[in-house]
Design a protein around this ligand. Structure first.
Ligand code: PD2
Ligand code: ZN
Length: 296
């Protein structure tokens, strides 16, 4: 049985601010209890705000159902066509494996060897230290957790980019405009990307503005552009799954569902590169048309 209680916005925001600063949920509950909150109520309030952070869902409103079942994530089925071979324009792509959660498909022959080489040649002179969206501030920062170099192409920047974006749209059943600009990443020996989720944390203003402009990120396509000698696997620690990069292969995974929740089980990383180098192209897909900051 559940009961509905008032959840004042200032209490909710105080809890959210403490969680964002990294205060442990139990410490917040203890503080509330020391200020005369009932323990069950304090726990329910902290859990509700924690759950909205975990699933990148909107913060709870001014009513809270105490005793309601906790939020959980149910994946939608991928819009990727069924079967072992997928025709995408001129290209026939082979399915290597599919996964239900996170909803994912691993593909061979997504790119030709020439396309991989052309992408690398276009990106090479424009590489810079990779940045990530800081989950606390929402700003683009050079992060220790991703020691690679990278660059972004504009949507449809060249005929090759436009052709690949059309292929990605057909694979994923999403409009080209929902894609962020293609990102190129180059890892050298020792470089890695530590565990993270690709969806935007809702705890800061910059991310909330980005989500208001373009919707949340709901899927990632990783395209592997070279054969990696050793290390550099894309791993999903909660699944114990490791994908070995191979030239022309791609990995598509989704982490946003129709209820507007995101899947914390999509946590992933790139393990340290032990030998050689690694080239990846990443396409992040939004739920709506992507509108970059400071652009109409
Ligand atoms: O390069 C990868 O394998 C990798 C791993 C995790 C790329 C990304 N995340 C990314 O671009 O988001
Ligand atoms: Zn990632």
């Amino acid at each position: 049985m559940s009961i509905t209680v008032n959840f004042p916005a200032e209490v909710r925001d105080w809890i959210a601010a403490n969680l964002t600063r990294g205060v442990a949920p139990q410490a917040i509950v203890n503080e509330m209890v020391s200020r005369n909150s009932a323990p069950e109520l304090a726990s329910a309030m902290v859990e509700a705000v924690s759950a909205s952070f975990l699933y990148a869902a909107p913060l709870p409103g001014d009513k809270l159902e105490v005793g309601a079942p906790p939020l959980s994530y149910q994946p939608d089925a991928l819009r990727v066509p069924d079967g072992p071979l997928i025709q995408l324009g001129e290209r026939k792509v082979r399915v290597l494996s599919r996964l239900q959660r996170p909803a994912a498909v691993h593909l061979a022959n997504f790119l030709s060897a020439e396309e991989c080489e052309q992408l690398i040649a276009l990106a090479q002179p424009r590489l810079d230290r990779s940045t990530v969206v800081d989950p606390v501030t929402g700003r683009n920062v050079v992060a220790g957790h991703r020691s690679s170099h990278g660059m972004f192409f504009r949507l449809g920047e060249t005929a090759l980019i436009a052709r690949l974006e059309a292929r990605i749209a057909e694979l994923t059943g999403t409009p080209v405009e929902n894609g962020e600009g293609l990102q190129m990443l180059h890892y050298e020996e020792g470089a890695e990307s530590t565990p993270h989720v690709d969806y935007l944390a809702t705890g800061n203003e910059a991310n909330r503005e980005s989500i208001a402009r373009s919707g949340q990120r709901m899927g990632t396509l990783l395209m592997y552009l070279n054969d990696v000698e050793s290390g550099g696997e894309t791993v999903f620690p909660q699944l114990g799954w490791a994908v070995t990069p191979q030239r022309g292969h791609a990995l598509y995974f989704e982490y946003g569902n129709r209820f507007g929740l995101c899947d914390p089980g999509s946590l992933h990383a790139s393990t340290p590169l032990r030998a050689g180098d690694k080239w990846v192209a990443t396409k992040w897909i939004r739920t709506r048309r992507f509108v970059a900051r400071n652009h109409g």
